[in-house]
Design a protein around this ligand. Structure first.
Ligand code: NI
Length: 201
């Protein structure tokens, strides 16, 4: 998920503090390519991450997704957005005091939702497009971490919005699908315009 355009916009942070010195310069790790709508992988249900996929470079892929997300100014990035049709995502919705909160969700399952929130949403696969989306206010999610350990987490507000947005990506659902008919038509028209003027690849 991209940062919102209004109050939910978070200040851009100095990336150099984000990564332990082991990585050295940011350029050491090649960034992943973020695919844009309507790339078919974005509209495809991702396959579960199997037990064998943990280890074997999986942690490196996760690090790379975080770096790609930070560099693009996002707060969440799902595997299908980097062309991998699997069920996992990374997110960092900073805590209220601005402290980073790096989280990895593998094979996420939404166990419970309640309440409602309405706010602006963006998506790194829809560059420059922000639209109002209604979401649940609170979610309880079960997932595995990067080491395949199962956990459950109870989140609300922007973090809940982000978990729902990214879990949707794992299901081949994009935020266009969550808009009202009217807003979706407006968004599609804007995308067409951006495509015509070469601002959308
Ligand atoms: Ni997105």
């Amino acid at each position: 998920m991209a940062q919102g355009r209004q109050k939910t916009r978070l200040p851009l942070r100095d990336l150099s503090s984000k990564f332990p010195p082991i990585y050295g310069k940011l350029s050491v790790m090649p960034l992943l390519k973020i695919v844009h709508y309507p790339e078919p992988v974005l509209l495809t249900v991702g396959k579960p991450v199997s037990d064998e996929m943990f280890g074997n470079g999986f942690a490196g892929t996760i690090d790379n997704m975080f770096e790609t997300m930070y560099r693009a100014g996002g707060v969440g990035l799902a595997a299908p957005q980097v062309g991998v049709s699997r069920r996992f995502f990374v997110m960092d919705v900073p805590l209220e005091n601005g402290v980073p909160n790096k989280l990895v969700f593998v094979n996420p399952e939404i166990l419970h939702v309640e309440g409602e929130q309405t706010g602006d949403e963006g998506c790194l696969s829809f560059p420059g497009l922000y639209q109002t989306v209604k979401r649940d206010m609170r979610v309880i999610v079960r997932a595995q971490d990067v080491q395949s350990e199962k956990f459950e987490m109870d989140l609300d507000g922007l973090a809940a919005r982000c978990v729902l947005h990214e879990t949707d990506h794992c299901d081949g659902i994009v935020f266009l699908d969550r808009m009202t008919v009217l807003k979706r038509e407006l968004a599609k028209r804007k995308i067409k315009h951006l495509q015509k003027t070469g601002k959308w690849e």
